[in-house]
Write a protein that binds this ligand. Structure first.
Ligand SMILES: CC1(C)CO[C@@H](CC(=O)O)CN1
Length: 430
């Protein structure tokens, strides 16, 4: 291999049907970033970053075999990029045995925030727990101290709810009931009704969300007396799509009525202002170039045919920049000791620790916003708050957990122009 090449492995979920096939947009985004970092003259001068990519289909087993192929085939790899929580869990748990840093651009599972299991993991994709401080901020803003939780029985939601419960008890917010369901939410929704739940945090994937919405309509758990928090990363018209082939027995109109007024929280993945990022592009310019790259690989963006992972593409683009910047910093430090990344081997803990230290101190403005990691390797991210008003999502504001700063942009709209109460106020007639 040419002596001026630095090699990394990339594991992308492209094909397959289970989980998240976000590699479809994230791999082109990563390749775009490779092009850009290799053009930066003052970044890794004299070196070329090379990415060896493979498809994991979001299957942990396939992800593991792809990882072994990357490791046991020359050239030697210096780091691994991966997507999908299940694949990242497998890859990150094993990679420490080869002293490899793993950088995940598409993994939201809270279980990954665990340095004892994943000592070398970093992720540009925030954990699903990033929503929780925002949910609590909203509860306090609207004066709700009794809330209910409705969740789908999936690992990511179970660990997110545990984090939410801990934060609620710290903040004096009472969880009046917590209901979970596997795939049919009707009993769980009925229990919410029985307990007169008014403020409900909903945690489920989009197919389950449509079932919940129809149940809400049928059991009249919507309207002026109820507020639902849903996850914000469903596709825009999710509540009226696929009703027939998912056997949803509500009409589009009924789904819209039930959905009216709900709040959503989500992590900001596209930098929201027109600042020039480290790549020299604004995120709008990045979007343009990503569309070109996606058209080159056959996606018909103009006609709204977006690949999966489009939303997360900035996270993959910034992941490659994080690698290049960390390697650059490491090269500078190693050269003081007459060492180089070229010397790295899978048993070289010294160089691995240098790369870890450089990655740990990452701080730059990327197309996904400021890229920085917590001590657990989690992405520090802003969240955005929206409300469904007249069938459209209106942006209400942004929340920065680090500074506890809530930027409010639009007024929330409540039916009857009154903020719903978190419980029935029994008026004592004197
Ligand atoms: C916001 C979402 C859709 C959450 O799941 C991530 C995939 C995963 O965690 O496996 C991708 N991004």
């Amino acid at each position: 291999i040419a002596s001026n090449e630095l090699h990394i492995g990339g594991i992308f979920p492209i094909n397959g049907k289970g989980g998240w096939q976000g590699g479809q947009a994230c791999m082109p985004a990563a390749n775009l970033a490779l092009e850009d970092v290799n053009k930066e003259t003052n970044l890794l001068p004299g070196f070329k970053l090379i990415l060896h990519s493979n498809d994991s289909e979001c299957e942990p087993g396939l992800g593991a075999s792809v990882m072994y192929n990357l490791l046991y085939n020359k050239p030697q790899k210096l780091m691994l990029l991966a997507g999908c929580s299940t694949v990242c869990t497998t890859v990150a748990e094993a990679a420490k045995m080869w002293n490899l840093i793993v950088l995940c651009y598409g993994a939201s599972s809270p279980a990954l925030s665990d340095r004892s299991r994943f000592p070398t993991l970093f992720r540009t994709h925030p954990s699903a727990t990033v929503h929780n401080p925002t949910r609590i901020k909203l509860m306090k803003k609207f004066g709700w101290s009794k809330v209910a939780i409705l969740q789908q029985a999936e690992e990511v939601f179970i660990s997110t709810v545990e984090d939410l419960e801990n934060r609620c008890s710290e903040e004096g917010i009472e969880i009046v009931t917590r209901q979970s369901f596997l795939s049919d939410p009707s009993d769980a929704v009925r229990n919410l009704r029985r307990q007169d739940a008014r403020i409900i945090v909903g945690l489920f994937y989009v197919v389950a969300a449509r079932r919940v919405l129809c149940e809400m309509f049928k059991q009249q758990l919507y309207g002026r007396a109820h507020v639902w928090f849903f996850i914000g990363w469903y596709e825009d018209n999710w509540y009226e799509a696929n009703l027939e082939n998912e056997n949803i027995s509500c009409t589009k109109e009924e789904m819209r009525i039930a959905a009216e007024g709900h709040l959503t929280t989500e992590a900001v993945m596209w930098n929201q202002n027109n600042q020039t990022t480290i790549s020299g592009m604004t995120s709008d310019k990045f979007r343009e170039r990503l569309h070109e790259a996606l058209k080159d690989v056959g996606y018909d963006i103009e006609n709204g045919r977006y690949p999966e992972g489009y939303q997360e593409a900035p996270l993959a683009y910034d992941a490659v920049w994080s690698v290049a910047l960390a390697f650059n910093k490491t090269m500078q430090r190693l050269s003081k000791r007459q060492k180089s990344l070229k010397n790295f081997t899978y048993t070289d803990k010294d160089i691995a620790d240098e790369i870890y230290g450089a990655m740990n101190s990452t701080q730059f403005l990327g197309v996904s916003g400021v890229v920085a990691f917590s001590s657990q390797g989690d992405r520090i991210a802003l969240t955005q708050i929206e409300q469904m008003i007249d069938g459209k999502y209106i942006k209400l504001g942004y929340f920065d957990t680090q500074s506890d700063n809530l930027t409010w942009i639009n007024m929330a709209k409540w039916q009857g122009n009154k903020v719903p109460q978190d419980r029935t106020i029994v008026k004592h007639v004197l």
